[in-house]
Design a protein around this ligand. Structure first.
Ligand code: RRO
Length: 314
C-alpha cells in the first residue's frame, strides 16, 4: 500500500507523528523523531519562559491485566519558547514537517510567541494548545468559548498565516456545534487537532489506596486506550462540521488498527502519545507496517481510498 499523504499541500511520507508532549521536550528527542519513520513531528507545548512543571510522580501508565492508558499531570514542563525556536531554525524541513506547539500562560504570552514565530520566517507549522488540563489555577481555553474566540481573533490578526489549534475533547453535540462555529469564523485556522487528554481524571491504586500521581491530589489527563472512542467522536464531529479545515487525530493509537480508524473518521494525520511514551520512536515503523497490512487486506491502495469514508447505519 502507498502510505504517502499531503498536509496543507505539503507531501508527507506517511500520516503518523508524535502527540505533543511525548518524546519532544529536548533536542535529543526531537532529533530522534526527525530520524524516525514518522511522517511529521511536533515539539513540546512551550511557554515564554522555561518551566519545571509539577512535582513527580506526574506520569504513570495504567496497568491491569493489560495496559489501559496513561494519566499525566506534567504541568507544562518545557525548555521555553526560545529553545524550541532554535530547534525549529535548524530542523531539516525536507526530511519532514515540524509543528511547533505553544501554550502560553496568558493571551499576551501567546501573542508574544506568535509574533516571534512570524518574524522568524521559518516553515514550522504553529499549533496553539487550547487544552492543557494540568496547570494549577489555569482553566482550559477550549472549554471557555469566549476566551477561545478572543484568542483566535488575536492570533489570526497577529500571525496572518495559517495555523492550527489543539482542542480538548468535547462530550456534547451542542459543544461540537459551538466550537466548530467559532473555528469556522477564522479562515486562518487551517487545522484542528483532536484530542488532548481527557482532563482531570482520577486513577487510584486499590492496594495502596493511593492516587497514581502526585500533583493536584492525583487528578490528571487521561490518554491511551480509554480515550479512543472519545477521540474518534471528536475527529469525526469536527471533520463533519469544518469541511474547509484539516483534522489531525490524536488519542488511543497503539497499532495500525487505531490509526486506520482515525483516518476513516476523517483525520489527515494521526498522532501517537501514550504508546510512543511506552515504546519509543520504534513504534512508528511497526504501526506503519500494520496500517499497510490492513490496507492491503482491504484492497485499499492509497489513504485517499478510505480517508473520511466512515459508514453509518441507515
Ligand atoms: O504538560 C502537561 O501537563 C500537559 C499538557 Br501542556 C497538555 O496539553 N496535555 C497534557 O495531557 N499534559
Amino acid at each position: 500500500a502507498d502510505l504517502t499523504t499531503q498536509f496543507l499541500e505539503l507531501p508527507l511520507k506517511n500520516p503518523l507523528m508524535n502527540a505533543s508532549g511525548v518524546w519532544c521536550s529536548v533536542a535529543s528527542q526531537l532529533e530522534a523523531l526527525a530520524e524516525s519513520a514518522a511522517g511529521a513531528m511536533v515539539s513540546k507545548s512551550c511557554t515564554l519562559q522555561p518551566r519545571d512543571g509539577n512535582p513527580e510522580p506526574r506520569y504513570r501508565v495504567i496497568n491491569g491485566e493489560r495496559t489501559f492508558g496513561s494519566i499525566n499531570s506534567m504541568g507544562l514542563p518545557n525548555e521555553g519558547f526560545a529553545y524550541y525556536l532554535r530547534y525549529a531554525q535548524r530542523h531539516d524541513y525536507e526530511q519532514k514537517p515540524l509543528f511547533m506547539s505553544i501554550s502560553g500562560l496568558t493571551l499576551d504570552d501567546n501573542l508574544t510567541m506568535v509574533d516571534s514565530l512570524k518574524d522568524a520566517v521559518i516553515p514550522a507549522l504553529l499549533e496553539v494548545n487550547l487544552s492543557c488540563p494540568n496547570v494549577p489555577g489555569k482553566s482550559q481555553i477550549g472549554y471557555d468559548f469566549d476566551a477561545m474566540d478572543t484568542l483566535l481573533a488575536e492570533v489570526s490578526s497577529g500571525y496572518q498565516r495559517p495555523f492550527g489549534v489543539k482542542l480538548p475533547p468535547y462530550f456534547d453535540m451542542a459543544h461540537f456545534d459551538e466550537a466548530a462555529e467559532i473555528l469556522n469564523r477564522y479562515p486562518l485556522v487551517a487545522f484542528v487537532t483532536c484530542i488532548n487528554s481527557i482532563g482531570n481524571a482520577l486513577v487510584i491504586d486499590i492496594d495502596s489506596e493511593t492516587t497514581l500521581i502526585k500533583p493536584k491530589d492525583g487528578f490528571g489527563g487521561l490518554g491511551g486506550d480509554y480515550v479512543l472512542p472519545t477521540a474518534l467522536a471528536n475527529v469525526n464531529a469536527f471533520y463533519r462540521r469544518c469541511p474547509e479545515k484539516t483534522i489531525i487525530g490524536c488519542g488511543g493509537v497503539k497499532s495500525g488498527t487505531e490509526a486506520f480508524l482515525h483516518l476513516l473518521a476523517g483525520a489527515t494525520l494521526v498522532q501517537i502519545g501514550t504508546s510512543l511514551y511506552e515504546e519509543g520512536p520504534g513504534i512508528f515503523p511497526r504501526v506503519l507496517d500494520e496500517l499497510a497490512a490492513i490496507m492491503d487486506d482491504k484492497g485499499y491502495k492509497t489513504i485517499a481510498d478510505f480517508r473520511g469514508k466512515l459508514k453509518t447505519i441507515a
